[in-house]
Write a protein that binds this ligand. Structure first.
Ligand code: SF4
Length: 410
């Protein structure tokens, strides 16, 4: 057997985050709109029998400025007049789902989770957020224990945003932080002080938000052990309930904004790994527990309880405390998942809007999972959520597994 550091070198290669299996570049068998709707319908019916509703993900693509590390689907603009037409399109898309699912005139869709992501959801005005969410909620049947969460940028989030969403039932807030070091913030084009973050965090807590998450990134240009130490120290002072500590993914051929720095500016290999190890040790010393991969939470948070009880799940929105199906994605580039089918919306805003206006579901691409995909998908999820898997866990077997074990021996 090789030693720890040799194994780290062997596996230190670019790889996907496995937010889906198969991952998007390997999607092959596109579903028709009818297949997609029918698989959602089936997942809703099966979920209802177990008292579980759907997860709704709503993507708001707008941001006022571009962070150079960003890998999300965004539209950069300071023109806020784009907000209201976009809200109308998303509501029109929701109506298309309700009609096709035959739930427009019934009691609506049972819902267990709602997540507002982006982009920057708080790019919308508080009134636009209210209009969007009130209209969506009109046709949702919210099941007991449902959780509503949102992403927010501390630089543009005002008390009124948080108040409106709190009044509609939002209790989870995720703030994009990344790093507190001024030199790193300058090169990634995201300048925000600890005081700014503290203000939004405290405001949210006052307004009744019960779980605050911070997103951090290691491996950004100019990060050092000292800068990570200072960032984690600031985070420990603010004490969020959850922390996502992601590895930076350098893909300038896909995201040209990452050309603002070069590979020479990036910590790599052992140096990058050391940043993670330092962050992890500091967080664990302050009472955080590692949950799944690259996530931490306080023991009081539902994510840690889920990890202990074995109900942790991971989807396109990150880790969640339970498996929810189906995931219906609304908005440009949003991804949905019925468990047997993945489906992504048009990625270009204008095309997305034009198709919805024509009364079409704006599906761009997707994948119908075959039996082998479903088996491997479950193993990948087990690894990411339980840190282990066993062929015998599976109700079904696929021949491909035979070739995996020998390759894992060392
Ligand atoms: S605010 Fe978030 S989504 Fe917008 S550019 Fe920055 S990282 Fe990307």
């Amino acid at each position: 057997m090789r030693n720890h550091s040799e194994l780290l070198k062997k596996y230190n290669v670019p790889g996907p985050r496995y937010t889906s299996y198969p991952t998007v570049p390997y999607w092959e068998r596109n579903p028709s709109a009818e297949e997609w709707i029918s698989s959602i319908d089936q997942a809703l019916t099966e979920g209802e029998a177990r008292g579980i509703g759907a997860a709704l993900y709503i993507h708001i693509p707008f941001c006022e400025s571009l962070c150079t590390y960003c890998g999300c689907n965004t539209r950069i603009t300071r023109n806020h007049s784009v907000g209201r037409p976009y809200v109308k399109t998303v509501l029109q898309e929701w109506k298309l789902y309700l009609e096709r699912l035959g739930r427009d005139r019934t009691q609506g869709v049972p819902v267990t989770e709602i997540h507002l992501g982006g982009g920057t959801p708080t790019f919308l005005t508080p009134d636009e957020l209210r209009e969007l969410m009130e209209s969506v909620l009109e046709k949702c049947r919210i099941l007991p224990g449902a959780e509503f969460s949102m992403e927010a940028d501390p630089r543009v989030t005002r008390r009124e945003h948080l108040e409106v969403l709190a009044s509609l039932g939002f209790r989870r807030l995720s703030l994009g932080i990344q790093d507190f070091d001024p030199r790193v913030q300058d090169v990634v084009h995201r300048i925000q002080s600890e005081d700014q973050v503290r203000e939004v965090t405290e405001m949210a807590r006052e307004l009744g938000y019960t779980s605050i998450n911070y997103d951090l990134i290691y491996g950004l240009p100019f990060q050092t052990l000292d800068s990570i130490r200072e960032t984690i120290d600031a985070v420990r002072r603010l004490r969020p309930d959850r922390i996502a500590f992601y590895a930076y993914a350098h893909v300038p051929w896909i995201k040209p904004s990452q050309r603002r720095f070069t590979e020479a500016d990036l910590p790599a290999g052992d140096e990058k790994r050391a940043l993670y190890e330092l962050g992890r040790t500091m967080l664990e010393d302050s009472g955080y527990r590692e949950v799944g991969m690259d996530h931490f939470s306080l023991e009081s948070d539902s994510l840690w309880k889920a990890a202990k009880e074995g109900s942790l799940h991971r989807n396109f929105m990150g880790y969640t405390a339970r498996q929810v199906a189906p995931l219906i994605g609304l908005g440009v580039s949003a991804i949905g998942d019925s468990w047997t089918i993945f489906s992504q919306n048009e990625k270009l805003l204008e095309t997305y809007q034009a198709r919805v206006e024509k009364g079409e579901l704006p599906l761009l691409r997707g994948h119908v999972l075959n039996q082998e995909d479903l088996v491997i998908r479950q193993h990948v999820l087990n690894l990411m959520c339980r840190m282990g898997t066993a062929w015998s866990d599976q109700p079904a077997y696929t021949e491909y597994l035979e070739s995996v074990a020998p390759r894992l021996e060392e």
